[in-house]
Design a binder for this molecule. Sequence first.
Ligand SMILES: *[C@@H]1O[C@H](CO)[C@@H](O)[C@H](O)[C@H]1NC(C)=O
Ligand SMILES: *[C@@H]1O[C@H](CO)[C@@H](O)[C@H](O)[C@H]1NC(C)=O
Length: 363
Amino acid sequence: MALVVQRLSDLISLSISHIALNPILTASLLWVLTKGPPHIRERLFSRFASLRDPRRHGQIVKALKWFLAIGLTKNINKQLSNMSLNAWRLKSERNRWIWSQEIAVVTGGCGGIGELVVKRLVTKGVKVAVLDIHGLSGGLQGYSNVHFFSCDVTDPAAVKSTAERIRATLGSPTILINNAGIVQAHSILDTSDEWLRKIFDVNLLSNWYTVKAFLPDMIAKNKGHVVTVASTASFSGIGLMADYCSTKAGVLAFHEALNQELKHRYNAPKILTTSVHPNWIRTPLIEPFEKALVAAGNPLLEPEDVADAIVRQIESCSGAQIFLPENANRSALLRGLPSWAQETLRSGVSKKILPSAPEYKSG
Ligand SMILES: *[C@@H]1O[C@H](CO)[C@@H](O)[C@H](O)[C@H]1NC(C)=O
Ligand SMILES: *[C@@H]1O[C@H](CO)[C@@H](O)[C@H](O)[C@H]1NC(C)=O
């Protein structure tokens, strides 16, 4: 039942935003109804009798004006958001990017989303340096543009020396995709000290190491694209995922600060930045509660969806904050809600994760 309601509400909001909130449609209709050529209006009025009633006509025109205003506001907001994340540039950066000459670094590129991103980039002709502690997977063998560098991204010295090897063999990278990440569901009391260090090292601190290693060359050219793979967990603390949510909140703060420094400190506003916030992705982690998620109307993302979105953004030669699916942008609004609503929403998610970790046993 909840699923049906959810689907219906999705359908209604989709058609509202596609039709009623499309300013071109509402403006055209408004023009036809008020200032259009008499013969078209006559035809419309004879088709739709209610339009002949001046009161109904007035109501429809008023509603159309509202839809036009809301539709315009939405579109203007979208454009402003895009421009603000691109240092208020009006001109596209496309002419500065030649894919066969670009070099990308992908951390955690030997599996999952990382591997899919690597494949898509090499297909475009980009040379890709894959940084991972796991060896190159079978799927990536045989691509001449894939260059594997065995590197533990949690070790700053290793990242630094790997960056030197990449510059010496391939050249200086213009694309950095900070994708390496780990996740596990467990309670705070069940988190080992070892795991805690590891997840902060991989998911968060590695971003400092790679940015320190690769950003200076990008600054020198005032060209580059840094992609941060975050999560909708950047916006909320969820039970059994305290460590993961903390790293993802941290990595978003890192990303935002990087964007500020590019503009205000390094004078390199043409370096593009993109943060990616996927909601639930089909992975072994969520298997225990996959059914519950789907039943509650959460569409699961495939790793391919995330890889496609990352590469599409790189191809667009512009920076962005991407939510997957698009309506997961709601998660960013959470902290603006009253506490009771925040707690209710967080509880809903935490309860779904409960089955995937052992119960707490005292003593
Ligand atoms: C965002 O702006 C850039 C120009 O900076 C443009 O190339 C890109 O297509 C825009 N993206 C969207 C989704 O409008
Ligand atoms: C969130 O994304 C939807 C598209 O799914 C869009 O219509 C809406 O305006 C966005 N909301 C915000 C606050 O950006």
